[in-house]
Design a protein around this ligand. Structure first.
Ligand code: ADP
Ligand code: MG
Length: 686
């Protein structure tokens, strides 16, 4: 047994065989080694496990590790065992004898790591057994499961708060990839950690270009297929809300490229096979329900598509985070429409039964334990409704379920926390909806949501807010005259004020609803996208309730706008035409006058940097001049003819016939027939 504290870097190299720490690992390890409680929030794949494993070894003795899933536990314990470490684990998949042997090993001090499922803590005497030999460190993996505010609440995690007291003074390391500031506070409260060091890091992903697009449900599978037809956009993961939709979408995609559905309804061998084929490349697109992706290590996923609105930003961020682990440019597309809200309302009503249903159950509970089924039969309640309601009661202490599944009456204070959790659930969907409206940089919005305090908050430069002309799922169009006039009305009304609520402004400008509120809001978003306005979520209090609303105000650029309307872009309802894009992502072609950051250079492929030869430079000049003349003639922005990426491709390929021209990505038949003759003649000239 190694009792002396070892230097972190030595443990890293000697035990784990890694040459260096990754970002933030060393400082987290140091805090834990010194005995401090730690809350660590870093995205999946960042290397959180090392942050409890290394300190555990450096401190010597046994570390307890609580983990919510057998699969995660098995994965981690076998990895540690492979490093030659002594590891024990105990979960429902093991028989009694094996469990007993592990406990003996623990008490004899033979283990370096002891993995537990949280429901073990419910077994009478178990915590007392653990306390006979105090651990040197306690790690709580997926710690967001303890919080009713989080997206993956596990009632058994609540037992930890109590149990930990008996196992202290070991430092507690709580780890999670998805905790908003509210959830972070809740984790620390539930675990009674008053003085923990918080490390919240690494949420910015520089290579993810995020898009959200309104698409009616029936069109989504087809659009996903169109988008993924380009080979360079695969491998891809498509997230579907139900098994049926996963199957159906996989069928549609499978007509164009190798695709498979993946969901919890498939048998384990099939799932394992699909996963393997995906990793090896035989399956290029997996259409999955949320069961897919945990523990999957595939670095080159180029595209993640959601064909339904996720229930919360936490899960959404984790899922899009599976794109581009190799650091190369990747794109994520969220398809949504108002119909998604109705689906979520349905789930909400199913999962959060009315208070009177919970009350009926509570009234029927006694001090003596009774089997849950007996309680249900007596109440003549539908099994699903009863199950959901009892879960909620157990989570908030209104009912107590023992290890055998018997129920007794619990506390009388469950109502308030249940109501809070229930309204939080609704607020999460609300936030998700807000996110789709896209009044600001997508990445900046997500980072702010997660509370990464060290992040600069700068614009990503590549999402559909920052670089609409690069979006693939949505074509943007210039404004109509009416829209232009409305924009100028908005600017005049807001000029010199400190902003206004969107609803009030809409009523003021369109007292008779001449323009629909949604349409109006989309216009405001376009102003924000152009850098002339900001939109923020605000709240006001009335009758003790907090009402959210949206506020719009001008930026200094907006204040300075005189009578010339700005050049803005709106999502084109008729167009999700996907052929109109060149093959390679390039730097933003957008003017930088709006003060926005340019796309990070890491997102631009090297050949974009190659300078033109003199002949090419000459050709480029002529093509540009022709393009801007043409744009003026038709009264639309130059990129509508073709973007800079396509321009560059034309310069380099020098097409001289229609056939040549059609080979260039970004030029479809329509453009070729409209502008082809002229482009080819410019290229023939030199
Ligand atoms: P998380 O729990 O944050 O999702 P993991 O702890 O599972 O991430 O780590 C992800 C991967 O990174 C693992 O394969 C792990 O071995 C590897 N890893 C962790 N730290 C380092 C390091 N310092 N150097 C190289 N690889 C590392
Ligand atoms: Mg992990």
């Amino acid at each position: 047994m190694n009792q002396a504290v070892r230097a972190p870097i030595d443990v890293l190299r000697q035990v784990f065989g890694f040459p260096d720490f990754r970002a933030n690992q060393e400082e987290v390890c140091r805090a834990a080694i010194s005995g401090r409680d730690v809350l660590l929030v870093m995205p999946t794949g960042a290397g959180k496990s090392l942050c409890y494993q290394l300190p555990a070894l450096a401190r010597g003795g046994t570390a307890l590790v609580v983990s919510p899933l057998i699969a995660l536990m098995e994965d981690q314990s076998s990895k540690l065992a492979a490093l030659g470490l002594r590891v024990g684990r105990i979960h429902s998949g093991l028989d009694r004898e094996a469990s007993r042997a592990v406990c003996r090993d623990y008490l004899d001090g033979n283990l370096q790591f002891f993995f537990l499922a949280p429901e073990r803590l419910r077994v009478p005497g178990f915590v007392e057994m653990l306390a006979k030999r105090k651990p040197n460190l306690i790690a709580i993996d997926e710690a967001h499961c303890i919080s009713g505010w989080g997206h993956d609440f596990r009632p058994d995690y609540r037992l930890l708060g109590e149990s930990l007291q008996a196992l202290r003074p070991a430092p507690v390391i709580a780890l999670t990839a998805t905790a908003t500031p509210v959830v972070q506070d809740d984790i620390l409260n539930q675990l009674h950690l008053k003085n923990a060091a918080r490390f919240i890091h690494g949420f910015r992903r520089k290579n993810l270009a995020i898009e959200a697009v309104e698409v009616s449900k029936p069109r989504r599978a087809q659009l996903a297929r169109e988008l993924l037809t380009r080979e360079e956009r695969r491998p891809a993961i498509v997230y579907a809300p139900t098994r049926k939709e996963a199957e159906e979408t996989a069928r549609v995609l499978g007509e164009a490229f190798p695709a498979a559905a993946y969901h919890a309804g498939l048998d384990p061998e099939t799932r394992e096979r699909i996963q393997r084929h995906f990793i090896e490349g035989a399956v290029q697109v997996v259409v999955a329900t949320i069961a897919f992706g945990m523990g999957i290590d595939k670095a080159d996923v180029r595209t993640v598509i959601h064909i339904a609105l996720p229930a919360a930003l936490e899960g959404y961020y984790q899922e899009i985070g599976r794109a581009g682990r190799d650091g190369k440019p990747s794109r994520t597309i969220l398809m949504h429409s108002y119909a998604d809200r109705r689906t979520h309302d349905f789930f909400y009503q199913r999962d959060y039964p009315e208070l009177d249903i919970l009350d009926r159950i509570v009234k029927s509970l006694k001090a003596e334990p009774r089997p849950a089924d007996e309680v249900r039969d007596a109440l003549k309640m539908d099994a699903e409704v009863f199950g959901k309601a009892l879960d909620k009661l157990a989570a908030h202490g209104g009912a107590v379920i023992d290890f055998e599944g018997n129920v007794t009456r619990g506390n009388t204070t469950w109502r308030a926390p249940y109501s809070a959790q229930s309204s939080n659930r609704q607020a999460q969907v609300e936030k998700m909806m807000r996110f789709t409206e896209g009044a600001r940089c997508r990445m900046a919005a997500l980072i702010e949501h997660f509370g990464d305090e060290e992040d600069s908050g700068r614009l990503c430069g590549i999402c559909d807010f920052c670089a609409p002309e690069q979006a693939i799922a949505q074509v943007f169009r210039p404004l109509t005259d009416l829209e232009q006039r409305t924009v100028m009305d908005v600017i005049r009304t807001l000029r010199g004020t400190r902003g206004s609520s969107v609803g009030k402004l809409h009523k003021q400008l369109f007292p008779r609803e001449q323009m629909d509120r949604d349409e109006f809001e989309t216009l405001l978003v376009s102003l924000a996208r152009g850098g002339y306005a900001t939109m923020e979520e605000a709240t006001f209090e009335t009758d003790g309730r907090t009402i959210p609303y949206r506020k719009v105000g001008l930026t200094s650029e907006g204040e300075e706008l005189t009578e010339t309307p700005p050049e803005l872009l709106l999502p084109d309802a008729s167009g999700t035409e996907t052929q109109d894009r060149s093959r390679k992502p390039a730097r933003s072609a957008k003017k930088s006058s709006s003060g926005k950051a340019a796309a990070p250079s890491s997102a631009a492929p090297a050949d974009d940097e190659t300078p033109f030869s003199p002949a090419e430079a000459e050709r480029e000049k002529r093509l540009r001049a022709w393009r801007s003349g043409e744009a003026k003639k038709h009264g639309f922005p130059a990129f509508r003819i073709f973007g800079d990426k396509t321009l560059r491709a034309i310069v380099l390929e020098r097409p001289r016939t229609m056939d040549d021209l059609l080979q260039i990505s970004g030029i479809g038949p329509e453009k070729a027939s409209r502008f082809g003759t002229e482009i080819c003649s410019i290229c023939t000239e030199g």
